[in-house]
Write a protein that binds this ligand. Structure first.
Ligand SMILES: CC(C)(COP(=O)(O)OP(=O)(O)OC[C@H]1O[C@@H](n2cnc3c(N)ncnc32)[C@H](O)[C@@H]1OP(=O)(O)O)[C@@H](O)C(=O)NCCC(=O)NCCS
Length: 417
């Protein structure tokens, strides 16, 4: 049966029973790489069977969908969001509409039960979820600082900070304290309980690819209070008998500018090190303003988090706005038809908004995908209009709405789920 008409009646859908029934499907879907028992224990501890779905064929699971109750920072602060992960269909069952049906069921349930107003996911491929109304809500850059480009615009004076290199287990309280302090500042940040923190510092030998174990550099103030940290690894490499280890940063947060510069300086000056890489950093990472030669860091842009309004009015009022705005949006939404139609969005000078159905003439026309792209304050309505994805129906409405939706700092999600 063609995708889009719905899977045929031989497929049954039900809530998941336990993490173990996902294993065989995920193993096949990703090309025969079964999870190790240690990794299964980490991801299994996060599993929420009641929010997760399987499709079965002949009584056996052939497609999976994991749902998570998360809390994520939106412009204005942390709010509950529905996380989606492990959307996987075993190869013989693909292109029969199973993914579409799993998503349709999950989004419909969130709408009917008045669950979280926003759904978020990371995608293995960027071309999959736009058709379901998920927009590119955050982007990330990969940075790579060669030894000759380590100079800063101004060198940190240390501010009384002391570095220490610990195992992630020993650093866990410091990591949690600094991360939690940074959480409300940047949209896209995910609140982490103990199970999510274990996932953040997971150190599977299979994913080291020749590098050493995960290390944690913690910078603490004179009072012993942790102010910054970096999770990183070092991969041995030699050039003409000289050490040129590659240091790869997994995660780095700091409570203030002095600690931020201090942690980067300590990483860049690590003995034996050649290039320092960070695969996933915010697009407005302060390091790009701190390096005297940001060109050498060769930032490479990539897509990151995808977001979707489950219920348009609840999603648009779950966040605050950067400027007052009064705009009528004409939204089309094939996946969640309850969102289709005209909505009046009004935000006051404090950024708080109301969103109601209206019969008034539309100012902007767009699809759910474009709404998703601007939900976290990352995407630009002006840019989307220039790409022909948003239509301005009242002159002036586009710039005003674009400025209201944008957020500084840019959204960034440091965790895959
Ligand atoms: C991606 C995957 C889940 C798709 O499942 P599926 O059941 O075959 O998808 P559906 O039949 O419901 O397809 C729905 C639509 O998505 C499209 N689509 C499916 N997979 C796609 C992909 N990888 N890239 C682009 N489009 C894709 C289909 O062509 C169809 O398009 P239409 O809207 O024009 O009809 C499945 O191929 C899979 O398990 N892949 C490996 C794991 C993976 O990448 N999962 C995604 C995790 S984020």
């Amino acid at each position: 049966m063609a995708a889009g008409n719905g899977p045929d009646a031989r497929y049954e859908f039900r809530a998941a029973a336990e993490w173990a029934e996902f294993g065989a499907v995920i193993d096949l879907a990703y090309g025969g790489h079964p999870h190790s028992p240690a990794h299964s224990a980490v991801v299994g501890a996060l599993f929420e069977p009641k929010r997760s779905l399987v499709a079965c064929y002949g009584g056996r699971p052939c497609a999976t969908f994991a749902g998570y109750a998360l809390e994520m920072t939106l412009p204005g602060g942390p709010v509950p969001v529905a996380g989606i992960g492990y959307v996987a269909v075993a190869p013989p069952h693909r292109r029969r509409g199973l993914m579409r049906e799993l998503l349709r069921r999950a989004l419909t349930a969130l709408h009917e039960e008045r669950g979280e107003p926003v759904a978020v996911l990371h995608s293995t491929e960027p071309g999959i979820y736009g058709r379901f109304g998920f927009g590119l809500a955050s982007q990330a850059v990969e940075l790579s600082v060669p030894p000759e480009a380590r100079a800063f615009t101004h060198e940190p004076d240390g501010d009384g900070l002391t570095p220490e290199v610990l195992s992630p287990e020993d650093a866990s309280a410091a990591v949690a304290a600094v991360y939690d302090a940074c959480l409300p500042e940047r949209p896209g940040m995910l609140r982490r309980d103990a199970a999510w923190q274990r996932r953040a510092v997971e150190d599977e030998p299979a994913s080291r690819h020749g590098a050493g174990r995960l290390l944690c550099l913690v910078a603490s103030g004179p009072d012993g209070e942790p102010r910054g940290y970096a999770l990183y690894r070092m991969r041995p490499a030699w050039q003409r008998s000289r050490p040129r280890y590659e240091l790869t940063v997994r995660e780095l947060f700091a409570r203030d500018a002095a600690a931020y510069a201090f942690v980067w300086r300590a990483l860049l000056d690590t003995d034996l090190t050649g290039t320092v890489r960070a695969q996933t950093r915010p697009v407005d990472d302060p390091l790009l303003a701190l390096l005297d030669d940001p060109r050498s860091a060769a930032p490479t842009l990539r897509d990151q988090l995808y977001a979707r309004a489950v219920d348009l009015d609840r999603a648009l009022t779950a966040r605050t706005y950067s400027a007052p705005v009064d705009v009528v949006l004409e939204v089309s939404d094939a996946m969640c038809p309850w969102n289709a139609g005209r909505w009046q969005l009004t935000a006051d000078a404090d950024g708080f908004a109301e969103c109601t159905r209206t019969g008034a003439a539309a100012d902007l026309a767009l699809t759910a995908r474009e709404v998703g792209a601007v939900l976290l304050g990352g995407g630009s309505l002006v840019q989307l209009a220039q790409a022909g994805r948003v239509a301005e129906l009242r002159p002036g409405a586009l710039r005003a709405a674009s400025a209201a939706f944008r957020h500084d700092p840019a959204p960034f999600c440091p965790m895959a789920f």
